[in-house]
Design a protein around this ligand. Structure first.
Ligand SMILES: Nc1ncnc2c1ncn2[C@@H]1O[C@H](COP(=O)(O)OP(=O)(O)OP(=O)(O)O)[C@@H](O)[C@H]1O
Ligand SMILES: [Mg+2]
Length: 297
């Protein structure tokens, strides 16, 4: 019998409560129990303000709640007043690309910004510089950007530099908070490809996103946050074909599933597409063709 796989991140009974015991006490998330397994791509989705960013800030100890426990591999994050034993190890294990890149960029050149993490984790400057160049190129910026001042870059360029800075730390678990916001279509495609490549390298990826087309394309599992809890945890097609559940949130179906719904409306044979589960335009086209051949149309 196979040994059951242990979760890489385990969240037990986590509640996030602001202004605790005051008259304006506010519960953002209540008694969450959640596991993340290694080498998967998770998407966290949900309306603005449901607590996606706040939740992930608890995963690397940036924020601490006094209610509930979090384990990231063998590192425990237990309550507000209890110290995390090895914060540095935790930050090397799990890093966050922030929702707003400005929070992350603070040096006077792009190169200094990207090498900051690797230097902090003990790399020699020459090595760190090599890594900076590698990851800068990976996010689609050429070497001329190394000497640029991060604050003079466009929003999309800042985001790419912030992503390169986290990739340069080479953490095992990477959290991307709205990584494609403000990027042009090519930049968006590059980030999708980077996330896929990171998974191939064995990383665990958690992405917060409002872009359901990307979630459908690359997520192994999607977590939907609503009403202070996780109301869905499972594979994309199960979520995106659950009209009742979606109706309770602002989450919209990915375009590919909207097209399938329209096709089915005109021709019931296309219901087969829900089990073929196309995730890209090319897969959808192939699926439509297969259905037409099968039904002799
Ligand atoms: N320290 C705090 N005290 C009180 N309320 C807070 C605090 N920090 C966050 N909040 C509130 O918690 C809510 C959740 O914020 P969060 O940024 O996590 O949402 P989100 O799901 O990431 O939204 P978006 O999709 O817009 O990024 C917001 O209403 C925010 O104002
Ligand atoms: Mg957010």
């Amino acid at each position: 019998m196979n040994k059951p796989t242990l979760p890489q991140i385990k969240i037990s009974d986590l509640s996030i409560i602001f202004n605790k015991s005051k008259h304006n006490q506010f519960t953002l998330l209540s008694k969450l129990n959640l596991n993340f397994f290694s080498n998967k791509i998770y998407f966290i989705v949900g309306n603005s303000g449901v607590g996606k960013t706040t939740l992930v800030h608890h995963l690397n100890g940036l924020l601490k709640s006094s209610d509930g426990d979090i384990f990231v591999e063998d590192i425990a994050i237990l309550g507000k007043n209890r110290k995390i034993k090895d914060v540095k190890k935790l930050r090397k294990l799990i890093s966050i690309v922030f929702q707003f890149p400005e929070y992350q960029l603070f040096k006077s050149t792009v190169e200094d910004d990207i090498i900051f993490g690797p230097l902090n984790f003990g790399l020699k400057k020459v090595e760190a510089k090599k890594i900076a160049k590698f990851y800068l190129n990976m996010v689609g910026l050429d070497d001329t950007f190394l000497s640029a001042c991060p604050f003079n870059l466009s929003g999309g360029q800042k985001r790419r530099v912030a992503i390169a800075g986290i990739l340069a730390i080479e953490p095992k678990i990477i959290i991307f908070d709205e990584p494609t916001a403000g990027l042009d279509p090519k930049g968006e495609k590059q980030i999708i490809d980077i996330i896929k490549k990171l998974k191939d390298k064995g990383k665990t990826i958690i992405v917060i996103s409002h872009t359901m087309d990307i979630a459908l394309e690359i997520a192994d599992d999607i977590l939907l946050i609503d009403k202070k809890t996780i109301t869905f945890n499972g594979e994309p097609y199960t979520l995106f074909t659950n009209n009742q559940l979606l109706a309770t949130t602002n989450v919209v179906k990915p375009k590919i599933i909207q097209i399938i719904d329209c096709l089915v409306h005109h021709n019931k044979n296309f219901v087969l597409l829900y089990s073929i589960k196309p995730k890209t335009i090319a897969e959808l086209a192939r699926g439509i063709n297969d259905v037409l051949i099968k039904k002799g149309e």
